[in-house]
Design a binder for this molecule. Structure first.
Ligand SMILES: [Fe+2]
Length: 290
């Protein structure tokens, strides 16, 4: 019987705080169990994994994702999705590209995006996101990944005590790249209160789970106090020591863990083409840290 050569992946840290590059694997092909195990281990350790020099169709991207769980479907209804019928219900194009009628062919076209956790405004946020870079602008459009285990550890002890067991309202309107005004009407806008400190279901480590784009207020305390505390937490998340800024290359796939990281996009020239293809992995209800 012919022996099967197990692939040997190579994992190289991208920074001291978060992220690693994975080489030695062609993720367009089905993976053996040992490789999946190695990637899973690296993902739990580094939170963000980047696979350079890949050539992936939509179906190959989804097949790769399925090695790590069930792929998610979009929170937007089919008629609200600009991608149209050529794409799986779980695929989102993140792009400023327009069709010949001048309509965007995807979502989140232009500009900077504040730090956020994907889908944190849903009852069961998706546990992971996989984003594949197809066309990139000559400058900008980088992704900053912040380590939320580390952010939790950096919170002063008195504030940790004050926030223990509390929840915060997560809100998002996908027509915007800025924070929703919660004093307005939230009808039809996704919103969900989530624990501020969460326990990762696999590592059992505690992570901070708030972000500037989607966290509107801490439940049960006055608004001005909530605003001040959130600003203090955001400054911990957004300090350069807590994040790694990824400069994309075409043909690269990044996968990140939404339970223990959040991410932001830097600005880029609106007149230049940017196209990335996203899918996600389903998750469960967030677990409050005890
Ligand atoms: Fe995102």
């Amino acid at each position: 019987m012919a022996s099967v050569l197990k692939s040997q992946i190579m994992v190289t840290p991208l920074s001291e705080v978060i992220g690693a590059k994975v080489s030695g694997v062609d993720i367009s092909k089905p993976l053996d169990k040992e490789t999946v195990k190695q990637i899973t281990r690296a993902w739990l350790d580094y939170i963000v994994l980047v696979f350079p020099n890949q050539d992936l169709t939509q179906d190959q991207q989804l097949s790769f994702a399925k090695h790590f769980g069930n792929t998610g479907t979009r929170s937007r209804r089919p008629e609200q999705r600009p991608e149209g019928a050529n794409y799986d219900a779980g695929i989102m194009l993140i792009t400023n590209v327009k069709d010949d009628k001048g309509r965007y062919v995807g979502s989140l076209p232009d500009g900077e995006m504040y730090f956020h956790h994907d889908m944190c405004y849903m009852p069961k946020p998706h546990k992971g996101t996989m984003l594949y870079a197809i066309d990139l602008p000559s400058t900008g459009g980088h992704t900053r990944f912040s380590n939320m285990y580390r952010a939790y550890q950096k919170i002063p002890g008195s504030l940790k005590k004050q926030l223990a067991g509390r929840t915060a309202l997560q809100v998002y309107d996908f027509h915007m790249t800025e924070t929703v005004d919660i004093d307005g009407n939230l009808d039809g806008i996704h919103n969900k209160s989530q624990p501020i400190f969460v326990r990762h279901p696999e590592t059992s480590r505690t992570a901070l789970y708030v972000n500037r784009l989607m966290t509107a207020k801490i439940d049960g305390i006055p608004r001005d106090e909530s605003d001040a505390i959130l600003e203090e937490l955001f400054s911990i998340i957004e300090t350069t020591e807590n994040y790694y800024e990824h400069v994309w290359t075409e043909g690269e796939l990044a996968m990140w863990d939404n339970y223990c990281s959040c991410h932001a996009r830097t600005d880029f020239p609106a007149e230049e083409r940017r196209l990335l293809r996203r899918c996600t992995l389903l998750g469960e209800e967030m677990i409050p840290a005890s």
